[in-house]
Design a protein around this ligand. Structure first.
Ligand code: AHR
Length: 499
């Protein structure tokens, strides 16, 4: 059997893990809101029209933060359309997704829903068709206690207490030509800086995320971050990264190696932040917000056809990727990469949460179920809290079509405050098991171990409304003998070593 060795020491630490790395994202796009989280006529709807079956699945992820309301959508969104009596709210064309936005759910409704999900809101302001003034007005509306025009309007609209939104995105993907009012790095950096100043002058307790690159493949990648941060370094707290992967050529080993690119992307952006810090002789460190990551490619063709048939609809089934088991493995590898970079990645949002490239699916007037990618996110979110340990991993490496020296096993380890350790490990090898020897000698004796595993013999296996438990984690009975554990081919493993 192939072998790998993982050495951990409680004194070899990457960083405390910011719980916000288990965040998610809800955009006014497709069926994310309408017939996703909100469907007033659904049998499970609560009195505000939110689906309780969906809320239960969301709660199962223990999601600390949810980015909202976009996405590309936000660059044309007038937030003022989404307040006041619902009957008076305008229907607007959304140029980002070529649909019609009814504005039935707005900031009041979303904040109420997020509270039910026990999540905080990460709100993105429009720095496309709108600018710093509208962003300032929104912070005043949302966070000021009262006694000013915007805060009093919030109170009049039914929310006596401020929403107290602590984390804000300064626009979305402003480097992308597909964005409404796309900008050059200098243009965006200046607007972001001015918006940031006014937003923080309104509420100095908030934190701000500046737009980084929409992907590491953007032609402006690198220059964009450097120029933007040169303009707004002192007034922002994080820079964003967005990254999606696909497997359109059915090359699974190469697909599962995609996190080599993610690792490189993260370390490069962190270096750029530090080079601007050096240039400015600043003592402040900018950290990273990976506020869109996932697999996204299954629905591309279907979406093109849909647009031809039904332009400008509402709640169209857009970006409805059906995720298979290999997608769950890649999501697991992405979570491992996030944990291994916990010193710089402080926020990460799986994009998205419901129906739109999502771990949770719904059928209008029907059921709600968890896709394959739900499970690694859930396990990491529930068990990956504490301190990320520096994993010394010794294993075979192999080349794939696009990557060299890809480790056969990837792993992250988390030390809980009670002294127990959780190891997340993926065996990328599709045909052979690997015996992983975990050297935990610095930890002393452990009372109990457990091993949960996500595996399916068919990497293309999926979950559906009628077969929702096809790909789910299962407890493996024989575990951790002499610190050794067998990782089956193509598997996501969660090994808990309890004090
Ligand atoms: O998450 C789907 C879309 O992907 C978002 O709207 C946009 O920010 C990104 O391009």
């Amino acid at each position: 059997m192939k072998k790998a060795k993982l050495i951990l020491d409680k004194d070899y630490v990457i960083s405390r893990i910011d719980p916000r790395v288990y965040g998610s994202f809800v955009e006014h796009l497709g069926r994310s809101i309408y017939t996703g989280i909100y469907e007033p006529d659904h049998p499970s709807a609560d009195k505000e029209g939110f689906r309780k079956d969906v809320l239960d699945l969301v709660r199962g992820l223990n999601t600390p933060i949810i980015r909202y309301p976009g996405g590309n959508f936000v660059s044309g969104f007038r937030w003022q359309d989404s307040i006041g009596p619902v009957a008076d709210r305008p229907k607007r064309l959304d140029l980002a997704w070529k649909t019609t936005e009814p504005n039935e759910v707005g900031i009041h409704e979303f904040c109420s829903w997020a509270k039910k999900a026990s999540a905080n809101v990460m709100y993105a302001v429009n720095l496309g068709t709108s600018g710093p003034a509208e962003a300032q007005n929104l912070v005043e509306y949302a966070n000021h206690k009262g006694g000013s025009a915007w805060s009093d309007l919030r109170i009049k609209n039914g929310a006596k207490d401020p929403f107290d939104i602590k984390l804000w995105c300064l626009g979305n993907e402003m480097d992308g030509p597909w964005q409404m009012c796309h900008k050059t790095a200098t243009e965006y950096g200046r607007v972001a800086n001015e918006a940031a100043k006014m937003m923080k002058w309104t509420d100095d307790s908030i934190e701000l995320v500046a737009c980084g690159s929409s992907s590491s493949e953007m032609p402006t990648f690198g220059d964009w971050e450097y120029t933007v941060l040169s303009e707004c370094y002192e007034n922002v707290d994080y820079v964003s990264l967005h990254r999606y992967y696909g497997n359109p050529h059915n090359d699974t080993p190469d697909f599962l190696a995609s996190t080599m690119d993610l690792e490189n992307f993260i370390r490069t952006v962190a270096s750029i932040c530090d080079s601007v810090k050096g240039k400015k002789r600043s003592s402040k460190q900018i950290n990273l917000s990976l506020d869109e990551y996932n697999v996204w490619y299954h629905s591309n063709e279907q979406d093109q056809q849909l647009y031809k048939r039904e332009p400008w609809g509402t709640a169209l089934p857009l970006l409805e990727d059906v995720y298979n088991f290999e997608d769950a493995l890649l999501v697991g590898l992405m979570l491992i990469t996030i944990l291994k970079n916990a010193d710089r990645v402080k926020i990460a949002c799986m994009a998205q949460l419901v129906n739109v490239i999502a771990p949770i699916m719904t059928r209008p007037n029907g059921g709600a179920w968890a896709q394959t990618i739900y499970w690694p996110l859930q396990q990491a979110s529930l068990l990956g809290r504490g301190t990320s340990l520096l994993p010394q991993l010794i294993c075979e490496k192999q080349d794939t079509s696009h990557y060299t020296d890809v480790p056969m096993v990837d792993a992250a380890a988390v030390l809980h405050d009670d002294g127990s350790v959780v190891i997340f490990a993926v065996n990328r090898n599709l045909t052979e098991p690997v015996e992983l020897e975990c050297d935990l000698r610095a930890f002393g004796k452990f009372a109990k171990t457990s091993h949960m595993m996500l595996h399916h013999d068919d990497v293309k296996a999926i979950n559906t409304e009628t077969d929702p438990l096809n790909v789910i984690p299962r407890e493996v009975p024989v575990t951790f003998k002499d610190g050794k554990v067998v990782l089956p081919p193509a598997s996501w493993n969660v090994i808990q070593v309890i004090k």
